[in-house]
Design a protein. Structure first.
Length: 524
């Protein structure tokens, strides 16, 4: 390859890189911010590791001629579909997936299938750097906390200590320990899974062994994290609160992670000894002759074309991504739709219910980025209470959309005992029957019943998947993404039957819905 051709290839690569950075600017900024959180700091290392793995196979890549292919337009097209779904639906996860598909498509278009196959694992490994959606993350965190707490209590009881568990609270008799999000084990699970993939990448073993090692990262994380929780319970009697915070807490986390890594290595050793490989190893890397029986080539970026506008795949990729960038930056698919009237004027008297308005802390407002909200504690003549929370966004964008209670409340320690949907029958003069979400939640021995739903441009939605899909569709067809979250909570009082709390909340809902309709914009 001549110096001129190399320069042209670098110009094309730089142009494509610039368009990608501009197109996914918000997603990349969000990703960088998430890596700053304790649970996802491993994300900083994924890209350098993937680049090293590609560099490690540089000689293999040079031995295979580039064969530009139009097939790469398929993953790029899928990436663009995910881009608009994420951009208009207000979801970063689909934008992350879009970015990955675009990278795969560009590599396929310019390098061809055989080179893509050589670097397939490093490119697939990039998926590990994307944090899961908040709904999935919070549910995994909750379940890990409960399982780790349960196993931790069992270990303490085996050691002869008195220990009982209620939710994520461990009662040791002389003190209580709360298993918070930081102790869920998530900050060990994701990096341990990533390390599991790296360990099996160069391990010459059958596929089932490799899959076993990667999947075993989950029980290994739970087991080691349970040991950590149990160790805090044992040492708390002697050292007090210091063992649950500060240096000991951080050091024990590092020690537990290294223990988990050691267990994965022990598993690999045991599988190799108990089930030795026989004959051809299915897990070995392909040699170049097996990939393609071709003579050595320089393996240039554009297939040896030597022109700025050749191969045509480069031009097509730049045009497709450039047009998407232009449309996304010039066309506003979200008109801001204000409320019919401010929620600050939400009535404090509804039927026999009288309310007291409360304010949300600024730190929560900074995160939620609401256009308006109302929090009112209503009380009936018998002293029974219902908490009303209404949150409204004039335009739901990435990071500025409704948050589901089933992802937010578990983060505050509430455990969902029973969740589903319930249909409220229509009444004279009111809307048609309305399906809403329902859940019984528990925390520290307290039980509450909650209803919640999402009034969205004339629709009543009950889950985040509907929310994202209709936000995407309405942005395209109606240029509207405004919407609200309505959440009602009432306690299940001591000595009270659950059906009494249910009847109270249903009656309050029937009274409050017509009032809400006067504030929230409809379908027009």
């Amino acid at each position: 390859m001549t110096l001129h051709n190399k320069f042209i290839d670098w110009v094309k690569a730089g142009l494509l890189g610039l368009v990608i950075v501009l197109l996914f600017r918000d997603a990349l900024a969000n990703l960088w911010g998430k890596w700053g959180a304790d649970d996802f700091t491993y994300g900083y290392f994924i890209l350098p590791i993937a680049m090293y793995l590609i560099w490690e196979r540089r000689f293999d890549l040079r031995a295979i001629p580039s064969s530009p292919s139009w097939v790469g337009i398929l993953p790029i097209g899928a990436g663009m579909a995910f881009y608009w779904l994420g951009e208009l639906g207000g979801e970063y996860t689909t934008l992350f997936l879009s970015l990955w598909l675009v990278v795969i498509g560009l590599c396929w278009m310019h390098l061809g299938w055989w080179k893509l196959k050589v670097i397939g694992f490093p490119l697939a490994f990039l998926l590990v750097m994307f944090p899961p959606p908040h709904l999935i993350y919070s549910n995994i965190s909750l379940r890990l906390k409960l399982i780790s707490s349960h196993v931790g209590v069992w270990i303490l009881q085996v050691l002869g200590m008195t220990a009982y568990r209620e939710g994520n609270i461990i009662d040791l008799g002389f003190t209580q320990l709360q298993v918070v999000d930081a102790c869920s084990g998530l900050r060990y699970l994701f990096p341990l899974v990533a390390l599991g993939f790296l360990l099996v990448y160069s391990w010459r073993a059958s596929f089932w062994k490799k899959a076993f090692i990667v999947l075993s990262a989950v029980p290994v994380t739970i087991f080691t994290n349970s040991i950590r929780i149990a160790s805090v319970g044992v040492l708390y009697r002697y050292f007090g609160q210091r063992v649950a915070e500060g240096f000991f807490h951080g050091y024990s986390g590092w020690l537990i992670f290294m223990t988990g890594l050691g267990l994965l290595l022990v598993e690999m050793w045991a599988l190799s000894r108990i089930f030795p490989e026989k004959g051809t190893l299915s897990g070995r890397r392909e040699t170049i002759d097996e990939l393609l029986n071709l003579s050595s080539s320089e393996g240039d970026f554009g297939g040896g074309s030597g022109g700025l506008f050749r191969p045509p795949q480069s031009v097509a990729a730049v045009i497709l991504l450039g047009v998407t960038l232009l449309v996304s930056r010039t066309v506003d698919f979200r008109e801001k739709v204000p409320l019919n009237q401010s929620l600050s004027g939400f009535p404090l008297s509804v039927g026999e219910w009288t309310g007291v308005r409360t304010a949300m802390e600024q730190r929560f407002l900074d995160v939620l980025k609401l256009s308006d909200y109302a929090i009112v504690d209503y009380r009936d003549p018998q002293g029974r209470t219902v908490n009303l929370y209404v949150a409204y966004n004039e335009s739901q964008r990435k990071g500025e959309s409704s948050h589901s209670p089933d992802s937010c409340l578990p983060g505050s320690g509430w455990v969902f005992e029973d969740s589903g949907t319930v249909v409220l029958p229509a009444q004279a003069g009111t809307r048609e029957p309305m399906r809403i979400s329902r859940a019984v939640i528990r925390k520290d021995g307290e039980r509450q019943l909650t209803y919640y739903w999402f009034p969205q441009r004339g629709r009543v939605l009950t889950n985040m998947f509907e929310l994202k899909a209709y936000a995407f569709w309405d942005a395209l067809t109606r240029r509207r993404t405004d919407g609200a979250l309505v959440r009602l909570i009432t306690p299940v009082y001591a000595g009270e039957r659950s059906r009494d709390a249910e009847a109270r909340l249903q009656e309050f809902t029937r009274q409050i819905v017509p009032v809400l309709d006067t504030f929230l914009p409809g379908a027009g």
